[in-house]
Design a protein around this ligand. Structure first.
Ligand code: 13P
Length: 254
């Protein structure tokens, strides 16, 4: 399965800075890599149109993701952006259930689930994030907690509708802290989650990627990305630096 490396730029860069970073990344990307690794950038909504124009006019192989989507399709929801609007911008992916949205914007599992369903209705691949806090890890309840996030967040999906799905383990204690999860931690959780998802009615062997995010950097990328169970990475801070992001991509053994 092709590995996927996603850069989550979070609340950074205006659209001009975003174009510059896209061009820097693209410039340093060897062709052999482009054909063998899926590279996805997730900018702010305000940059999507500009990046999409550059990508389509220069025929770049880099793909785009949004960082969020509305749980509603249309109507009186001021400030919301729908999956259909994103699809028109040729967005292929959307991050949902990121812990920053869950904890800072009170997105509960049912809202995350609605968002996943709206994305699938619009043929956008959800990058579904889940992961425990430090308290859940320390108390030893993290696997149950994660199982519940998976059950609730991916409820009601049907095999005939789910073409592709990315499932991203992002332990909250590893996000933006520099404290990366050990490979043992990652393998334990992804293996556990894979076994849960295998029993779901939407399970499809080829099209679900299981990835890791949380302080991924050039220092730890090689170990994480070349593990058989890890299909890719969701990179925050290091994706804002073109050379670090490229180093992470190059860490994948082709
Ligand atoms: P960092 O790579 O900055 O820890 O962020 C991870 C993340 O939240 C990606 O979505």
């Amino acid at each position: 399965m092709k590995k996927i490396i996603i850069g989550n730029w979070k609340l950074n860069l205006d659209h001009l800075e975003a174009i510059q970073l896209l061009q820097k990344i693209n410039y340093s990307l060897p062709e052999s890599i482009e054909d063998n690794i899926e590279i996805v950038l997730s900018p702010s909504f305000t940059s999507i149109r500009s990046l999409q124009t550059v990508i389509s006019s220069d025929k770049l192989k880099i793909k785009l993701s949004s960082q969020n989507v509305s749980q509603y399709s249309s109507g009186a929801y001021t400030g919301e952006i729908s999956a259909a609007q994103l699809k028109k911008l040729e967005i292929e992916y959307a991050i949902v259930g990121h812990s920053e949205r869950r904890t800072l914007f009170n997105e509960v599992d049912s809202v995350v689930n609605d968002k996943v369903n709206r994305l699938i209705d619009s043929d956008i691949v959800p990058i579904f994030c889940f992961g425990e806090s430090i308290d859940e890890r320390k108390s030893g309840t993290y696997l149950n907690f994660i199982e519940n996030q998976i059950d609730e967040g991916l409820k009601g999906l049907r095999k005939d509708k789910v073409n592709k799905l990315v499932v991203a383990y992002e332990p909250i204690w590893a996000i933006g802290t520099g404290e990366v999860a050990s490979l043992e931690n990652i393998v334990e959780v992804l293996d556990y989650v894979k076994n849960i998802i295998k029993k779901k009615p939407f399970f499809n062997d080829d099209n679900i990627k299981f990835i890791y995010g949380g302080s991924v950097s050039p220092n730890n990328a090689e170990d994480i990305l070349n593990s058989k169970i890890v299909d890719g990475a969701l990179v925050g801070g290091a994706s804002l630096d073109a050379s670090k992001f490229i180093e992470i991509i190059k860490a994948v053994e082709l």
